[in-house]
Design a protein around this ligand. Structure first.
Ligand SMILES: [Cu+2]
Length: 161
């Protein structure tokens, strides 16, 4: 997954020429950097969608992503992927997701992700949707997720921004 992320990022750079263009939606929030937030496009009437971003903790104390809220879904959760027997399944992280001091936590397809259940609107490629992330120490912040292609492993370069 890291490799495919790197490859996609490289492809985006090659296509659109500059890192600042490809990742123009990074947010610094206290000791946290919230980078390249995106969601995958869904079909109309799709029941669920996924959200992804990279969280860097530049501080010297651990923080924890404790909840996510979205007004375009009936419920939003933080999910992990875990093996159950031979099957990879997702399940809610009921205690949240620790963001260790000085480390980078990547939410990405196939791994930890934000899960939007009971979508009340389709997620349309090229649009953005706001979500509220709440951290134990840093507090709450609104992040715009850029909606990428349904198959996206990483946000494409956002042309026109
Ligand atoms: Cu999930």
């Amino acid at each position: 997954m890291i490799r495919s992320f790197a490859r996609s990022a490289f492809a985006a750079l090659a296509l659109f020429a500059s890192a600042s263009t490809a990742f123009a939606h990074d947010i610094t929030f206290g000791a946290l950097e919230l980078n390249a937030p995106f969601a995958r496009a869904t079909l109309p009437n799709a029941p669920v969608g996924g959200g992804f971003l990279t969280i860097v903790n530049t501080g010297d104390t651990d923080d924890r992503l404790v909840s996510v809220a979205a007004d375009f879904a009936k419920q939003a959760q933080i999910h992990e992927m875990a093996m159950e027997g031979d099957v990879m399944k997702m399940r809610p992280l009921t205690d949240g997701l620790v963001i260790p001091a000085g480390e980078t936590v990547i939410l990405q397809p196939g791994g930890n992700h934000l899960m939007f259940m009971g979508l009340t609107q389709a997620l349309v490629e090229g649009e953005t949707v706001p979500v509220t992330l709440t951290f134990e120490k840093a507090g709450s912040v609104v992040v715009d997720l850029h909606i990428a292609a349904a198959s996206a492993d990483a946000p494409a370069g956002h042309m026109g921004h």
